[in-house]
Design a binder for this molecule. Sequence first.
Ligand code: AMP
Ligand code: ZN
Ligand code: FE
Ligand code: FE
Length: 322
Amino acid sequence: MLLRGHDCKPYCRGPLPVVGCCQCARPLAYGAPMPSQPPVIDLHTHSTCSDGTQSPADVVASAAAAGVTVLGLTDHDVIAGWAPAAAAGVERGITVVPGLELSTQAGGVSIHMLAYFVDPDHAELNALMATIRGHRDTRMQRTVELLAADGYPVDYDAIVDYVGQGVTLGRPHIADALVRTGTFGDRNAVFDEVLHGRSQYYVRHWAPEASDAVCIIKAAGGVAIMAHPFAHARGRTVSVSVIAGLVEVGMAGLEVHHRDHDAEAMQQAGALCAQWGLIATGSSDYHGAGKSNRLAEHTTDPVQFERMVAMGTGSSLMGAHR
Ligand code: AMP
Ligand code: ZN
Ligand code: FE
Ligand code: FE
């Protein structure tokens, strides 16, 4: 199969289906160093552009060390990591899949919507990401106020100074601040004690309707895949009828294999994919040192990935291709 996009530029776009490099029509392939070796595909990771602890380039380097050959970078509500990840991908021989994880909801239940191959210049999608980041910002100020009022040594400006401008703010950044002061040992401990969803310090942030988000992802040429749909330990999950509604508006698949899914959840998600002809993915949700998730602990079947590549039209594979 021929693919558009290679190391002549970080990514290339266009209305054409994915058939060959839009620059030179050179035959391209993604993945493993040897054609005989199957690619190792991990499509859900986070960098310091959101709440991961490694820069996009370092995530790519870690992926290479872990044997991943096709890496999806899916920061929360931001795509700023694409270009540095693409450059590192060229250097390290890793194919980078452009993605993001949009914060959405249905009936007040949080849905993380993975979006791949969106047009990075799509105005409505960029406006949506900026709006969500703005609400995350306000929510962080409120959370920090509540914590500080009870004596926790956190300060909004200090956190923003530390993480830098343009980063999608999340609870893990508050956790890291409390780890830096020695108040807690690690992120997990902070979540367990004060940042979990039922905590008195938990503050919700606005998120778009998942169906609206899917429509915008589709309009941006992207492939929408619902992240960890049955991760019950994370909080409330949506019903199968809500998932059906999202499929009706164009959601393409479900993340089946994920550490927050127990055997029953994987079975249920896999069965829905089979029944409805959806794309089934599996990934690590790597956050660097921020979570114990290891790269490639779950991976995506190459056949399923091919379906995503064929469907996405807003952007193309980045990093290394042969
Ligand atoms: P937020 O999007 O700001 O609500 O924060 C949610 C993020 O926190 C998700 O990306 C999770 O991966 C992360 N998270 C949730 N629970 C934990 C935990 N126990 N330890 C570390 N990170 C967590
Ligand atoms: Zn995260
Ligand atoms: Fe998620
Ligand atoms: Fe994630």
